[in-house]
Design a protein around this ligand. Structure first.
Ligand code: NIG
Ligand code: FE
Length: 417
């Protein structure tokens, strides 16, 4: 299928040379093309530029098998990349949400057997079919809000069988959904109650049983550990990441959400693709990140929903670091996968400019999924995952006019959705 989008008021995040990520001061730069066209051929971005430069050949083609869209007054963006979600889960957990409103902390809820363990109990009984259908519904929802690629973690299984069940569901979602999906094995999400006083035994189970089986069935692209106070220690994380490395699983880990946990440093030690959350990030952590190729990823939805402190994203960018921002879509700490809202939070809560916010939710999140060579910007040869916005005065309207859906038409893999 060939698609020509014409009269685009502004084409956002254009690139002539592909960059894998954007850091520091460069995050404030966003290339755009006003009064532009975008030509998509066979799933790929084949050409773009100013309207007056549409090639003669393209004009001739337009008489034939070409689907034309007039985007007057509208913007075209690369689809959002959401590099951190837990969107395969059995049930919502609004009961805990009410406990939270009444004053209980995330950790207190977890200690009472709520939180992740609550989802893990329900995971044992739910069928793969039900899990798949519920997750597909969520994928369709985030697609309508402009997400074109998403990472999905396991971690509500916490037994070998249930972790494999979750990962098999993610594998089927990869095959059936038009979204680009990467999967992450997160057996180390919480310590199951039966391992309460023998945490090391659970770590052994992850290393000796889960990782080899996940690898044998090729069910995961990455490996994750929740390295934080009350969850997995730096030593546990070190052992698990070391075991994962032997199977070629690169880490993307949960770190420093609840304390200065050492998670950032152990992630960097294993060349993590990303370290995520980062509410507790100080000078030492920033120094360590500066010397690494690891993408610092902030999850505004979780900090907002849990009413926690915000990661120092502004300071991190000012220190020269890249920042990615993802939704953390999950039933406990961030029950929304709306990346437009994350973009608004980037500026309202973290003081990122619209340009920095767009870089943080497209190219840098693509990097945090290992996909920035094929996604995250408008560049010739990249996968045609884009959306056409509603009419808007300028791209700053996207984060500014928060809370409504400003995506009008989604195109994924070069196909209208
Ligand atoms: O990223 N921090 C750890 N895990 C999830 C929460 C999952 C849950 O509560 O179900 C998070 O916020
Ligand atoms: Fe998470």
């Amino acid at each position: 299928m060939k698609i020509l989008i014409k009269n685009i008021k502004e084409l956002i995040q254009t690139e002539h040379t592909i960059r894998l990520k954007v850091s520091g001061k460069d995050m404030a730069k966003l290339n755009t093309e006003k009064n532009a066209f975008l030509f998509i051929d066979d799933g790929i971005i084949a050409d773009f530029g100013k309207m007056e430069e549409i090639k003669a050949s393209l004009k001739v083609q337009s008489a034939g098998d070409l689907f034309e869209i007039d985007a007057s007054g509208k913007m075209v963006f690369p689809s959002f990349c959401d590099s951190h979600t837990h969107l395969v889960y059995p049930e919502s957990r609004e009961i805990e949400y009410i406990d939270k409103i009444k004053g209980l902390s995330y950790e207190e809820i977890a200690k009472r057997g709520g939180g992740i363990l609550n989802s893990a109990r329900k995971m044992q009984d739910i069928s793969e079919e039900e899990l798949f259908d519920a997750a597909m519904g969520r994928l369709n929802e985030i697609m309508a809000y402009g997400t074109g690629a998403v990472e999905i973690k396991s971690g509500y299984g916490l037994t070998t069988e249930s972790e494999l069940k979750m990962l098999r569901v993610i594998k089927r979602l990869k095959e059936k959904s038009p979204l680009t999906i990467v999967s992450t094995f997160l057996g180390a999400h919480a310590i199951p109650s039966e391992f309460k006083s023998k945490q090391e035994d659970y770590v052994d189970l992850i290393i000796n049983e889960m990782i080899p089986q996940v690898a044998a069935e090729e069910l995961a692209d990455y490996i994750d550990v929740f390295c934080d106070r009350g969850f997995f220690t730096v030593d546990d994380t070190d052992r698990i990441l070391n075991a994962g490395m032997k199977y070629g699983l690169r880490p993307k880990i949960h770190a420093n959400e609840l304390d200065f946990s050492g998670g950032i440093q152990v992630g960097i030690k294993y060349n993590a693709l990303s370290v995520d959350h980062l509410e507790f990030t100080g000078k030492e952590e920033i120094e360590a990140l500066l010397g690494s190729d690891t993408m610092p990823t902030v999850l505004p939805g979780a900090a907002f929903f849990l009413n926690m402190k915000y990661a120092p994203a502004r300071e991190m960018i000012d220190a020269g670091l890249p920042i990615a921002m993802a939704s953390d879509f999950n039933p406990g700490s961030s029950p929304s996968g709306n990346m437009q809202l994350i973009l608004s939070m980037a500026s309202i809560l973290y003081r990122l400019t619209p340009e920095e916010g767009i870089n943080a939710t497209t190219i840098n999140t693509a990097f945090a999924m290992g996909l920035s060579e094929e996604l995250g910007s408008i560049a010739i040869g990249k996968k045609a995952n884009v959306f056409i916005s509603s009419r808007m005065p300028g791209y700053a309207f996207m984060p500014y006019y928060y809370g409504t859906n400003k995506v009008e038409q989604v195109i994924l893999n070069g196909k209208l959705q």
